[in-house]
Write a protein that binds this ligand. Structure first.
Ligand code: ATP
Ligand code: MG
Ligand code: MG
Ligand code: MG
Length: 567
């Protein structure tokens, strides 16, 4: 079957020489520069032609693997009534992450951040007997989350594409089977995408339920930290790791001090209270606010200056936390505050976490080395319905499984699978008629792949100093034909491109006039199509050059041979 030939002279494919000013991650920089995406607003992205093609390729792989495990594709709305989310409590639980809106009659709606509620209703409407189960349904759809820090390009969008599946089963064993099928499908998806990934145990988070695993793609740009044991196969998100609690060292602040002017904390009184200069920015300190141990933070900021802190604390009474505050308190969640980050980083993550009602967690900074407060009170510092088991782990800590020294890595969460159990089916009283004629409460799983995020994760993992470098199945074309300059070369390039296209090879051909060969070569490296075919000096003798984008290996050969090789 003939394949697409895209001519750059006729395409919306304008590369940029410079990184966008606000870009922090490699994928953000490269995907913008190479004209895959353009920013519309914070965390909201337009996909340009070659970007859309890559997205489509990823989508196709995901769809094929979901279909292969018997997934039925549906499409649910993204604009949703609030009522189902009120039934499960998530309308409030989701906090500021949720985009809420009203229609002209005042009816309240939301833009779906994830669809457990709606899928439960749809499937409940269709299934009444155990014979109707198992049901495995999925959609590939736009999701909306008002992320606190939509900073890393398409890695963390406020609008993004997710493949979300849901399984409905009559028994726990059947749920385990649905889960295992999804797990295997995800392994195939990420292998086909060419992603390096780990499967780690994870906390269940806002979803509730028992078993949950994440698929993490190791990358420096990742926002998750995972524990990796070099000696056994233990791997976990640090949020899911439980280590023995170490004794609290609160000796540095053994005495409770009260802020001098509790009604109106000022920069000066805070500086004196915390024993820092007035110009200090803070990270990492637990204090007691009106007697409650509180991690204080200002949303969106990593470091807090004393002015902001004073603003947020007024008119509370602020005291330092002491070791005694943590003695004999089994209700306290194990947390950690250290001079280097610890709880501050964690708590900032919580601000962006659907489990935490926004505004309930604040952080201040630890200003004194050696101050370790290992406990944070859940439901008070953080509005959650259960205790988080949070321990900050460090490299060399003992592996919970085998005791060897663990390693830590950064990674991007590309997928997440949950055995939800009956949380949602209970909320909607979803029973089917069982084998013995009695009603059986349905049990459920939910499974997500970040489709747009996978594109960015792949860019992060495969890019090199020259630019993007896609695996063939994902790339916007199989071959990038570059006409080095002269009219005759452009002619041969277009001819070769047509031949390749006719042979089913997807081609991007750089036939732009008035663009120097140097710029064209640089652009080809940047765009990252796996094979580059250069029509240059040898063209007069019918020779072209093939270059492997990844290895840089080059070879000169006759046109017909090059076409045959690539077809
Ligand atoms: P994160 O921890 O990165 O915020 P999450 O745990 O909130 O992600 P899930 O609710 O588990 O996300 O959603 C399933 C998948 O959707 C995630 O594994 C991730 O790949 C993707 N995803 C979640 N949030 C975003 C986002 N803001 N932008 C792009 N993809 C996202
Ligand atoms: Mg999230
Ligand atoms: Mg997560
Ligand atoms: Mg998740």
């Amino acid at each position: 079957m003939a394949a697409r030939v895209q001519r750059m002279s006729q395409s919306m494919l304008k590369t940029l020489r410079d990184d966008p000013a606000d870009a922090e991650t490699l994928s953000h920089k490269l995907l913008v520069r190479a004209a895959y995406v353009r920013r519309t607003a914070a965390g909201i992205w337009a996909w340009l032609p070659i970007g859309k093609q890559v997205l489509e390729n990823v989508t196709r792989i995901v769809r094929e693997e979901m279909d292969a495990i018997g997934g039925q594709e549906v499409l649910l709305p993204a604009l949703l009534p609030k009522e189902p989310y009120e039934v499960t409590g998530r309308y409030t639980e989701y906090g500021e992450q949720l985009f809420r809106l009203r229609d002209r009659k005042g009816g309240e709606y939301l833009l779906g951040p994830t669809h457990e509620e709606i899928f439960t209703q749809v499937v409940q409407d269709q299934c009444s007997s155990y014979k109707d189960l198992p049901v495995r349904v999925y959609q590939i759809q736009t999701k909306y989350r008002d992320e606190a820090r939509p900073r890393s390009g398409i890695l963390r969008g406020r609008e993004f594409t997710m493949k979300d599946s849901y399984s409905f089963d009559a028994t726990d064993e059947a749920l385990a089977e649905s889960y295992a099928l999804h797990r295997a499908a995800y392994q195939r998806i990420f292998e086909r995408l060419g992603l390096d990934y780990r499967i780690v145990s994870a906390v269940s988070g806002a979803m509730g339920g028992s078993a949950s695993e994440e698929f993490l793609a190791p990358a420096a740009a990742g926002e998750d930290t995972f524990v990796d044991c070099p000696a056994c196969d233990y791997a976990a998100n640090t949020e899911a790791v439980t280590l023995p609690v170490q004794p609290v060292d609160g000796s540095a602040h053994a005495a409770v001090q009260e802020l001098d002017t509790p009604d109106t904390p000022t920069i000066e009184s805070l500086a004196a209270f915390l024993d820092v200069p007035p110009s200090a920015t803070l990270k990492n300190l637990l204090v007691k606010v009106d007697g409650e141990i509180t991690a204080v933070a200002v949303p969106g900021d990593r470091e807090v200056d004393l002015g902001k802190l004073a603003e947020h604390l007024a008119p509370a009474v602020v005291e330092l936390v002491t070791a005694e505050d943590f003695t004999d308190r089994p209700d306290l969640v194990r947390g950690y505050v250290g001079p280097q980050g610890g709880m501050a980083g964690k708590a900032f993550r919580y601000l962006a976490d659907p489990r935490i009602a926004p505004g309930t967690a604040w952080i201040t900074g630890a200003n004194k080395p050696g101050v370790h407060a290992r406990d944070v009170v859940c439901g008070r510092d953080f509005e959650v319905d259960r205790y988080l088991d949070v321990v900050v782990v460090e490299p060399g800590d003992p592996c919970p499984n085998c005791g060897a020294g663990i390693e830590l890595g950064r990674a991007i969460e590309i997928g997440h699978i949950f055995q939800l159990g009956r949380k949602y089916t209970d909320a909607f009283n979803f029973d089917v008629l069982g084998q013995n004629g009695k009603p059986v409460r349905v049990t459920m799983g939910s499974y997500g792949v970040g489709v747009t995020r996978a594109v960015a994760a792949l860019a992060e993992q495969t890019a090199d100093g020259q630019g993007l470098c896609w695996p063939r199945e994902v790339a916007p074309a199989d071959v990038h034909v570059v006409a080095a300059g002269k009219a005759a070369q452009t002619e041969l390039a277009l001819e070769t491109a047509e031949q390749l296209g006719a042979a089913g090879v997807r081609v991007l051909v750089d036939d732009r006039a008035g663009v120097s060969p140097g710029v064209k070569f640089t652009d080809a490296e940047l765009i990252g199509v796996p094979t580059i075919l250069i029509v240059g000096r040898g063209a007069k003798d019918g020779l072209v050059e093939l270059k492997d984008r990844r290895t840089g290996e080059r070879e000169e050969l006759p046109v017909a041979e090059a076409v045959a090789r690539l077809a």
